[in-house]
Write a protein that binds this ligand. Sequence first.
Ligand SMILES: Nc1ncnc2c1ncn2[C@@H]1O[C@H](COP(=O)(O)OP(=O)(O)OP(=O)(O)O)[C@@H](O)[C@H]1O
Length: 283
Amino acid sequence: MIDNRYVEISNLVKAYPNPFGEEIRVVDGFNLTMQKGEVIGVIGHSGCGKSTVLTMVAGLNEISDGGIVVAGKEIDGPGPDRAVVFQAPCLLPWMTTFQNVMMGVKQVYPHASKQQRRVIVEYSLSVVGLADAMHKYPREMSGGMQQRVGIARAIALKPKVLLLDEPFGRLDSLTRMELQDVILGILDREKITTMIITHDPDEAIFMCDRICMMTNGPHARVGQVMSIDFERPRNREEIMETDEFYQYRQRLLQFLDDCEAEKHGKGPIRFDQPTEPAVVQVG
Ligand SMILES: Nc1ncnc2c1ncn2[C@@H]1O[C@H](COP(=O)(O)OP(=O)(O)OP(=O)(O)O)[C@@H](O)[C@H]1O
C-alpha cells in the first residue's frame, strides 16, 4: 500500500489559559493528513482556531498535545521546510524587494554562491510578476505588490510545505483574483504541499484539492473534508459555469450555517469523526 501521508496532523490540541487561569482547549483532537503536492483549504467561523492550527504546523505555536509529522519527521519548532505567508507581508521598509527576499535565502542557503542566491531571488520574484520591481522599496509598492513579495520570499526557500494564512485577506477583489492565479500557477508548476486558510468559499473551491471544514471552538476539530475534483490547471470562468461548483459551495455554506446555528443553541449538530473525518463527495 502506498503511504500518502506527507503531512500528518494527529490528535492535535492547543490549550490557552483563560482569564481565570483555566486551560481551555481551543483546538481539541484535530486530525488531518495531507498528500505530497496537495492543496488543502481550511475554512471555519472566525475564532474557531484555523490560525492556531496553521501556526502549530509552522512550528511558531507550541503544541499542547498530539503531533505533526512533515515528510517523516516530527516537527518541534519552525524550519525552512515550512514557509508561511500571513495576511500582511511585514517587509523590512529599508530594504528593496530583492533584499527582502534575499534575506531568507541567505539563511537557508548559507553555502550557495552569491550568483546562485541571486538566481533564486530573481526567479522567485519573476514568478510572482515582480521582475521589473526588484529594486523598489515597500513604500513604493501597492498592497498587492507587497503581498507578491511575501509570496516570493516564501517560495524562494523551496519549502516542503507552504502555509498561507488568509494571504489575500487585505486585498481588493481584483487583486485577490490576480494573486490567486499567481499562486495557483506556482503550485501547478512546483507541486508544493499547501495549506491555505480562507474565509471565502469560492476561493477555497477554486484553489484547493480538498477543503477541511472546522467546527466551532472551543474544542474545535475537523468537521468534514470535501474533495474538489476539478482538474488542474484550473480556469476560473470554466469552473464557475459548472453545476459542481455550486454544489460544493452549497455544501460549504450549509456547514457554516450549521455551525452558526449550533453556536446559537440550535444544535447539536453531529460532527463526530474521531480520527480522519469522512470525505464528502459532491456531484
Ligand atoms: N495567545 C492566545 N491566548 C489565549 N487565547 C488565544 C491566543 N491566541 C488565540 N487565542 C484564542 O484561540 C481561539 C482561536 O484563535 P484563532 O486565531 O486560531 O482563530 P481563527 O479561526 O484563525 O480566527 P480568524 O478567522 O478570526 O482569524 C480564539 O478564541 C482566540 O481568542
